[in-house]
Design a protein. Structure first.
Length: 570
């Protein structure tokens, strides 16, 4: 990417429009393909409109929308005039959306028709002067009373004036010239520990990280991606959006949530070469679609335990999995959380083109990663080129310690939160990730878990709940689990695969009391089985049936803080 004289999002898009103008850029799976040239024209029109609304360098402009082509146009238009993009996760509760709009002091808002209800009753309209429906880039008239506006938008009974039509009448053209170190986005995280913080990322943070990603896995104009993770998250925003745009690739979006019914036909139509996902998605595919076929009877279960036969079975399953993704996949990126060991083993033996990356929103996001050809079992890969990584205060025996990073991808800080910023950024520029890990002799990184999640054993031993959870999750009929400490004992909450259990119990004509007894026996069997595989200080004392799925972050990590130790035994 030597042709980028300046690492800004505006410069990046300008170069891509020049190089790939006639190639398809951002499209719906079932829609017409739109070109890079068209994207550039859209961005200019929106930039002109925002400029004439008095929005300029440093002003915050929010985007609240599902993934769609217009999301990308709005993003680049805001950044092009030196304003700051505030992408809001679609799954955020309306209270959280209101907090973000107030806290960021956003001057304008791009919102989809479907999500408008989350902002219709907010108390932030004194600051948010301009509201644009992102679906067709139409301006919401400020003079219409809000209760009337709500009804009009819900019914779709009025067509507001389009930004394109407004831009034609404007005489003033946007002349923004953002600098590399200007803030480009403020991303409000939805972490596992509570209230979101606004992560400030500069233009250089994002573009540098995208360039570093391309050094690991190059992209060409012939590549096709299907976007299934929220663009408002740093993972998809940088690696699944900015990075492909740099190389002239085509990104396809779904009009509905990526359920199997929606995703599988889309894969067959687009035949993507690249997909980014989180562990939960591929783990669910493996545990509900692949593994059950190898556990249909005692013979198959026995054969699957023999390594040589298991590898052959997994290889055959891998070919079918590749076909379900369209048959042309060359890169299946996994990030956002730890991948279960048994699922990674399957992917390796299936020769599926997977790669694992590691990062945080605060690092724009990627810190470490590898190409599918260079993966190492249980590792996230080596650190990116041109960044520094160290293990702080490593354990003399295991080499484990907190992961520190320093480089051009490290955030500027948390917006209006100097205390939280000081907690994670050292005076000499190191970012404390809060993750525990170790580096092997080849500089490959291995993640152990979150520092805050680590539990001290009875004699001061370090217990990593994520490692115990991985073993629980490998057990039959388990979807997911969470391990925590209560009264100096380890407790596990377990969410079971009720779909498979219901079918099993129905076939056996069990009564309600018999079903309850069988579930209790299943949980106890899981407890004993896992305890036989872990150290004595990591053994589970109690099991709790988690009837509802755990609430999760956008990258599908369990919000651990919601599940306190105030529980009842099953």
């Amino acid at each position: 990417m030597d042709y980028l004289e300046k690492l800004t999002l505006k410069n990046l898009l300008t170069k891509s429009v020049d190089l790939y103008g006639d190639r398809p850029a951002l499209c719906f799976v079932d829609g017409a393909e739109t070109t890079y040239k068209f994207l550039g024209e859209q961005v200019q029109e929106i930039s002109d409109f925002l400029h004439n609304q008095g929005i300029g360098a440093g002003d915050r402009v929010a985007i609240l929308s599902e993934n769609q082509p217009n999301w990308g146009a709005a993003y680049f238009a805001i950044a092009a005039i030196g304003a700051v993009v505030v992408p809001i996760l679609p799954d955020f509760h309306s209270n959280e959306v209101h907090h973000i709009l107030r806290h960021s002091a956003a001057k304008a808002l791009f919102v989809s028709t479907r999500l408008y209800e989350k902002v219709e009753d907010g108390d932030f309209y004194d600051e948010v002067k301009t509201v644009i429906l992102i679906d067709d880039f139409s301006l919401v008239p400020p003079e219409i009373p809000r209760d009337r506006l709500k009804e009009l938008i819900k019914k779709g009974s009025i067509e507001f004036e389009k930004l394109k039509e407004i831009a034609r009448r404007l005489t003033g053209k946007a002349q923004g010239n953002p600098r590399e170190n200007d803030t480009a986005v403020i991303i409000y995280t939805s972490g596992t520990t509570g209230r979101s913080k606004g992560v400030m990322l500069s233009h250089k943070n994002i573009v540098f990280d995208a360039i570093a990603g391309l050094k690991i896995q190059d992209i060409t104009p012939k590549d096709r991606l299907i976007s299934i993770l929220p663009l408002s998250h740093s993972y998809e925003g940088t690696l699944g959006f900015v990075m492909p745009i740099m190389r002239g690739a085509t990104i396809y979006y779904l009009r509905k949530p990526p359920t199997a019914r929606v995703l599988l036909p889309a894969m067959q139509k687009v035949k993507p070469t690249m997909v980014l996902t989180v562990p939960l998605i591929i783990e669910k595919i493996y545990r509900t679609k692949i593994l059950p076929k190898f556990q249909q009877n005692a013979l198959l279960r026995g054969l699957y335990k023999i390594p040589l036969i298991r590898k052959r079975l997994n290889r055959a399953a891998g070919k079918k999995l590749m076909e379900s993704f369209g048959g042309n996949l060359s890169f299946f990126g996994i990030g956002g959380a730890l991948l279960a060991p048994d699922v990674e083993r399957f992917l390796r033996e299936a020769k599926f083109p997977y790669a694992i990356g590691y990062g945080l929103t605060e690092t724009a996001p990627m810190i470490a990663g590898s190409s599918p050809e260079n993966t190492r079992y249980r590792s996230t890969g080596p650190p990116l080129s041109d960044i520094e990584m160290k293990i702080d205060k490593p354990d003399p025996k295991s080499g484990e310690g907190e992961i520190f990073v320093r480089g051009a991808n490290v955030m500027q800080g948390y917006y209006n939160d100097p205390e939280s910023t000081a907690e994670v950024l050292t005076e000499d520029g190191w970012f404390r990730t809060g993750d525990l890990g170790m580096l092997d002799k080849d500089n490959y990184l291995f993640i152990k878990g979150r520092l805050k999640n680590m539990i001290l054993g009875p004699s001061g031993e370090n217990i990593y709940p994520e490692e115990i959870e991985a073993k629980i999750n490998e057990c039959a009929h388990v979807v997911e689990s969470l391990v925590f400490q209560q009264d100096a004992k380890l407790v596990a909450r377990v969410h079971l695969d009720y779909e498979s259990l219901d079918k099993l119990f129905k076939d056996q004509n069990l009564t309600e009391s018999q079903i309850h007894k069988r579930v209790m026996e299943l949980l106890e069997g899981i407890r004993k089985g896992v305890n036989a595989l872990v150290s004595s200080f990591s053994r589970i004392n109690r099991m709790i049936e988690q009837l509802e799925p755990f609430e999760k972050t956008p990258t599908k990590k369990i919000k651990r803080y919601l599940y306190s130790a105030d529980v009842h035994d099953v």
